[in-house]
Design a protein around this ligand. Structure first.
Ligand code: NOJ
Length: 557
């Protein structure tokens, strides 16, 4: 089931010298714009209120017209959905909520016919607790060979012996779950006595796999081949920094682990051993025709460590979360752009820009919300799309959707909600189903409602309402993506900073000058060229031009 791609490479007209030395390929991914589809919230075809594969297939023409090169689908595999599908029970099956294997095959085929590539998620750090391996490991009890595929450990004793005389009441170490609470859950033995503990860096329903075990490697290699044989163009690797744990699973000795994640190498994140896994997967990808790729979801302390994931014999891309997390601060933004480009160029890879995804507060809200947040989000989009490298666009960002911050508790499904007390880090608000039409039940998301309530204001943000409106965010993205295709070298070419007033970042790309005004005031600049695109109304003038507050403009030179 290996389908031909109708449209070949996208732009990539002027590869950097690093590209040339990296491979003789087209390098389509080096400057690709890849659209993230959060499957359960994109389009519902069967009226159960949950998005599905057929719904996506029906909307692929929209994505082709938007001008993206590929889509990334979040997990649609058989799963009890304890963490939105990132708890996989069967890596080779489609969950009935989302369709079946034929639907997946139809989707890939239809995408290829439209010239779109398809990237799917792979979740190798953990399985579901309903995966056959884990269920049998629990059932068979201590001594089961299947327990070696996970991290089962005896607990620590309180004062030598526990109150019930068996001991082991405390977790084996001090690691915490990313969703809150200890990263360990105690099992009950088949005879009803308290048993060993197992590790889960995320929810208890997501036991961590033991990547020291050859069978884990063999299984995931087979899973990759299964989907590559079906015709997918690559993988987004979930928790790509997490599979390998430091020997002995040492304590981290810090009471607020959450502050350390992404700030330093931890015994469970960003261990050197993960790179061996990525190297072996790269060999598999390269053994297939058509430049299949992988993108790392990896949280690292700095761009330098992130670049290790995209060395020539490892993965193709790694999400630039340093850029995503950067506050609205021109100095910090410039610093991160420079550090990211320097780090990736040193290994011959592109930088992969991203502003939003299904785990973070949507960027119009992060940038202050309301009219100013939207203005900044539009400006940031043009900044991102003018930078060298590839870009990910999260569904709905092309509509300027804000975070939905007032969801009722009973509607929430994020496991983080059930394990934490505050509102911080909750992720349902960025996962609210898309509005397609200005009116109607669920604004065209599906024939009968949506799994999370959509705000009443979303009709005016719908695809239908924005299409054809030159001032809309949707048309801004469409024009920017079309220009990216037209301007040779804009994707993966040279970039040079130019002088600009305080708070204004100005840089040139082949054929283009980008002016990014982060200040809340209009600034006057010598007219940089011919106005191509502006995130806010900009009036052209001969000598000097007023650049609106919180805006980004592209100028042909
Ligand atoms: C990262 C995914 O993006 C997130 O949604 C998920 O909860 C964790 N990995 C665990 O799989």
């Amino acid at each position: 089931m290996n389908h031909e791609l109708a449209r070949t490479a996208t732009t990539a007209a002027s590869p950097s010298s690093a590209t040339e030395s990296a491979s003789a390929s087209t390098g389509w991914w080096r400057d690709a714009v890849i659209y993230q589809v959060y499957v359960r919230s994109f389009a519902d075809s069967d009226g159960d209120g949950i998005g599905d594969l057929r719904g996506i297939t029906g909307r692929l023409p929209y994505l082709a017209e938007l001008g993206v090169d590929a889509v990334w689908l979040t997990p649609f595999y058989a799963s009890p959905q304890a963490d939105g599908g990132y708890d996989v029970a069967d890596y080779r099956a489609v969950d009935p909520l989302f369709g079946d294997l034929q639907d997946a095959d139809d989707l890939v085929r239809a995408a290829h016919e439209l010239g779109l590539r398809v990237i799917v998620d792979i979740v190798p750090n953990h399985t579901s607790d309903r995966h056959e391996w884990f269920e049998r490991a629990l059932k068979e009890g201590p001594g089961s060979a299947l327990r070696e595929l996970y991290h089962f450990r005896p607990g620590k004793d309180v004062d030598g012996k526990g109150s019930d005389g068996s001991g082991g009441e405390l977790p084996p170490n001090d690691w915490e779950s990313v969703f809150g609470g200890p990263a360990w859950t105690r099992t009950t033995n088949p005879d009803g006595t308290p048993g060993d503990w197992y590790l889960h860096l995320f929810a208890p329903e997501q036991p961590d796999l033991n990547w020291e075990h050859p069978e884990v490697h063999a299984e995931f290699e087979a899973v990759l081949r299964f989907w590559l044989d079906l015709g997918v163009d690559g993988f987004r690797i979930d928790v790509a920094h997490g599979m390998v744990k430091a020997p002995g699973l040492p304590d981290i000795g810090h009471r607020k682990q959450v502050e350390l994640i992404g700030a330093q190498v931890l015994p469970f994140f960003d261990q050197d051993g993960v790179h061996e896994i990525h190297r072996s997967w790269r060999k598999i990808l390269d053994s297939y025709p058509g430049e299949r790729i992988a993108v790392a979801e990896a949280s690292t302390p700095n761009p330098g460590r992130l670049a290790r994931y995209v060395r020539p014999d490892e993965l193709h891309q790694a999400f630039n979360f340093h850029f995503l997390k950067c506050p609205w601060d021109p100095a910090r933004m410039r610093e991160i752009i420079d550090a990211s480009l320097a780090a990736t160029v040193s290994v011959g890879a592109p930088t992969t820009w991203v502003l939003s995804n299904h785990d973070v507060i949507r960027h119009p809200t992060r940038y202050g919300g309301g009219a100013q947040g939207l203005a900044r989000a539009r400006a940031a989009a043009l900044l991102m799309l003018a930078l060298p490298g590839s870009t990910y666009v999260y569904q709905g960002e092309e509509l300027g959707l804000p975070e939905v911050s007032d969801l009722p508790d009973e509607a929430r499904q994020d496991p983080a909600f059930f394990r934490s007390t505050g509102q911080e880090g909750l992720r349902d608000g960025c996962r609210v189903p898309l509005p397609w039409t200005a009116d109607g039940d669920s604004y065209g998301f599906g024939p009968a409602g949506s799994w999370l309530p959509q705000p009443a204001s979303w009709g005016s943000l719908s695809v239908e309402a924005q299409t054809g409106d030159p001032g809309s965010t949707l048309e801004l993205y469409r024009t920017a993506l079309a220009l990216r295709r037209e301007l040779p070298g804009l994707g993966d070419g040279r970039m040079e900073w130019l002088p600009g007033p305080d708070g204004v970042l100005v840089f040139s790309r082949p054929g283009l000058v980008c002016v990014f005004n982060t200040t809340s005031q209009e600034v006057q600049l010598p007219t940089p060229g011919r106005l191509l695109l502006a995130s806010a109304t900009t009036v052209e003038a001969e000598d000097t031009v007023p650049i609106p507050a919180d805006s980004c403009t592209w100028w042909a030179i």
